[in-house]
Unconditional design. Structure first.
Length: 74
């Protein structure tokens, strides 16, 4: 993987990390709440929250965006 792609992934990962933490705080959600809504494990959410990993598939990114939009409407 090129350094350019790694940079893009790091920026995207940092953005998801910040957005996930903000959603959890604003809506008082636990990792379990977010994980069940997205259909992933709580360990996956933990890793995203800590910036260890981030969603690899575009489908999961879309699901995350959809969840954000749904919650912002409330």
């Amino acid at each position: 993987m090129s350094n350019l792609n790694k940079g893009k992934q790091t920026k995207r990962g940092s953005k998801i990390q910040r957005e996930l933490q903000a959603l959890m705080s604003k809506h008082d959600f636990s990792r379990e709440d977010i994980a069940s809504r997205l259909g992933v494990s709580t360990m996956t959410i933990y890793r995203w929250e800590r910036g260890k990993t981030f969603p690899q598939s575009r489908l999961m990114l879309k699901e995350f965006e959809k969840l954000k939009q749904e919650l912002e409407k409330k």
